[in-house]
Design a protein around this ligand. Structure first.
Ligand code: KG4
Ligand code: ZN
Length: 361
């Protein structure tokens, strides 16, 4: 099944063309994805002066980018002819941004007489774990990806999934490719949101996540003992707003000056470590409780090298398989939306074709 997928839930406009095959039961061997095209147009530069995503600007950019990316994708017209379905993110996300993708998808479906599949963005992140991770050729300038090959991650079930993005922090238990249950989630800020807010406090450009990672390399993660909220709460929920406030108070009490680079780096490293401690400890505890054979990490914050590294180390020590998607598939993209659309078909799960900003897992 060849799926053309569209993603506009936040500040990336993304289009993809993915060939999906395989089933969920043996001997089908699990779903397989071949990425034919992966186009992403990021709006970071547009939102950066405002310190965060401005919904109406995101909408304006999507309006501009969607036809442009589609023309690029359609340049390979032979590929387009063989499209079986069009998939689009219907939520969660910014409502004006979501509507642009939905309306564009509706227009394409009508024009080319193709069925339309609504996709939950969070399921996209979950299924990004199944995307190919070998033979990927990246052309650095355009963020354009041409990947070939059908390899997919060997998820052994039961598995624990940690979804950490700008809007969500969720722990799931997965018993098969199609059956999963949410174990817990954040009660306030998402992990990525905390990274972005602390980045702002430190005077770093938006988005804070990658910037904190960069600065943290120069700092000492043990320099400041920030709180690890809900570390021992006995459940699988998270909370990051107290940690964010602790950083705010620390910065207020230790006045930053132009020469405070070392202090800033220590704050970044210590904050990052506090987040990692909570995320990894809860994921490992869930793995132990449910006898998980695999832990997978997904969502934008999964791009954090220190988090990937530390969780992988813990998994190795506990003899648990660790899976994290390629960096390009951690942050928002439309390949994961095609994958989730295909899995939705296999699961016989559908979503109404209308923007739903508060959709959850
Ligand atoms: O999944 P995503 O692209 O969008 C949402 O669905 O929210 O995630 C974006 C989030 C942002 O908060 C960004 O700061 C964070 O992912 N992020 C990172 C890193 N790269 C992106 N956080 C920590 N370290 C990174 N390297
Ligand atoms: Zn996302």
């Amino acid at each position: 099944m060849r799926i053309l997928a569209i993603e506009t839930s936040c500040d990336e406009t993304a289009l993809s063309l993915v060939e999906c095959s395989g089933g969920v039961n043996p001997p089908a061997g699990g779903p397989q994805f071949k990425v034919l095209q992966n186009l992403i147009s990021t709006q970071i530069a547009v939102h950066r002066p405002f310190g965060g995503v401005v919904p109406m600007l995101a909408k304006r950019e999507h309006i501009k980018n969607l036809p442009r990316l589609f023309r690029k994708l359609a340049a390979k017209s032979l590929q387009l002819k063989a499209v079986d379905a069009i998939a689009v993110t219907v939520g969660p996300g910014l409502e004006p941004a979501l509507w642009q993708g939905v309306e564009f998808a509706q227009m394409l479906a009508k024009k080319f007489h193709k069925p339309l599949i609504g996709v939950n963005h969070l399921e996209g992140h979950i299924y990004s774990t199944l995307l190919p991770r070998s033979s990927i050729k990246l052309t650095a300038r355009s963020l354009k990806l041409e990947a070939f090959g059908h390899s997919h991650a060997q998820i052994k079930f039961p598995a624990i999934g940690l979804l950490v993005s700008g809007g969500h922090t969720i722990l799931v238990r997965m018993d098969s490719f199609t059956k999963w249950k949410k174990l817990g989630e954040t009660r306030d800020d998402a992990a990525g949101e905390a990274f972005d807010k602390v980045g702002k406090m430190l005077g770093l450009p938006y988005p804070g996540g990658p910037e904190i990672q960069k600065l943290a390399i120069k700092g000492n993660p043990k320099a400041i003992n920030f709180p690890r909220p809900m570390l021992n709460s006995g459940d699988y929920d998270f909370s990051f707003s107290g940690l964010k406030t602790a950083v705010l108070y620390y910065l207020r009490d230790h006045k930053l000056t132009a020469r405070s680079l070392k202090l800033k780096a220590d704050v970044a490293a210590s904050f990052q470590q506090a987040v990692i401690d909570v995320l990894t400890k809860k994921a490992m505890r869930a793995a132990e409780q449910f006898g998980a054979k695999t832990i997978f990490l997904c969502g934008g914050v999964a791009a954090n090298k220190e988090l990937r590294h530390q969780l992988m180390g813990k998994c190795q020590r506990s003899n648990v398989n660790f899976i994290v998607p390629e960096f390009i598939f951690n942050t928002d993209n439309a390949v994961m939306i095609a994958a989730a659309a295909y899995l939705g078909k296999l699961r016989k799960k559908t979503y109404p074709i209308k923007a739903n900003p508060n959709l959850n897992l």
